[in-house]
Design a protein. Structure first.
Length: 250
């Protein structure tokens, strides 16, 4: 960890206690390069909407931008940044700055599990269920858990959105999920559509990929269904994401 600030100052134990003990709040995560981020307006909109839902008041985007800039200071240009609003009654704003992260360097293997996040449209704190299923998936030789409904509808990855390739292009699994920032950016940049995807239908698709704030990665296996990675199709996805402009905080 490089640094943690709360409301623009160094974090203290007293300030951090509500985050640990109450475990209530919301956040957004982003990759910063040269003090810029892709989809900044979407991140700010996410924070504002979640804040209105959880705390009954908006969250000023200019304030968030200033807090992130302050936490980056003059010495950090590339980083993983998480903006967390926490507290049982009214939210303090925590900015955590860590080393930058890169997408997975190999195709991902996903283990389907029957689990859905509570309040799935909010990127909220308290991801025990996701972490538990992800850890169990990794212990079983997979990279991530794929969350599904009891009747086999694909929802989302434990920390990703998932999309599939068919003859027409990209198909995003449609369910009660978190509308990820990377998903939103790619929906604008690529011909794609949403559709209900069931585990029973996985073999009808040519392949799949997952995406989150770190980037995108191809999928080579979901449960006992294996995909041959379509390098050309995935290259188009990665190129579309790479072409998204990077927005300055200042």
């Amino acid at each position: 960890m490089l640094r943690i600030e709360i409301d623009g100052g160094p974090a203290t134990a007293e300030q951090l206690a509500p985050a640990v003990l109450a475990n209530y709040g919301h956040f957004t995560a982003m990759q910063v390069r040269d003090r810029r981020v892709q989809g900044l307006r979407l991140h700010l909109r996410r924070l504002d909407a979640a804040n209105r839902e959880l705390y009954g008041a908006g969250l000023d985007g200019d304030r968030v931008r200033a807090l992130v800039s302050h936490a980056l200071a003059d010495d950090v240009r590339d980083a993983s940044v998480r903006v967390v609003v926490f507290g049982p009654a009214s939210g303090s704003v925590l900015v955590a700055v860590r080393d930058p992260a890169a997408p997975a360097d190999r195709p991902q293997r996903l283990l389907p599990v029957d689990y859905r996040r509570p309040l799935p449209h909010v990127k909220h704190l308290g991801g025990f269920g996701q972490a538990h299923h992800r850890n169990r998936a990794q212990a079983a030789g997979y990279d991530e858990a794929l969350l599904t409904t009891p009747d086999g509808v694909v929802v989302e990855g434990a920390i990703t959105n998932i999309a599939f390739f068919d003859a027409a292009g990209v198909v995003w699994a449609d369910a009660d999920w978190l509308h990820g920032i990377t998903m939103q950016l790619l929906e604008r940049a690529l011909p794609s559509r949403r559709a209900v995807v069931r585990l029973a239908d996985l073999r009808s698709y040519r392949g799949a990929f997952v995406g989150n704030s770190i980037g995108v990665a191809p999928v080579s296996r979901i449960g006992d269904v294996e995909y041959e990675v379509d390098a050309a199709a995935f290259a188009r996805v990665r190129a579309a994401l790479d072409a998204v402009p990077w927005d300055p905080f200042e």
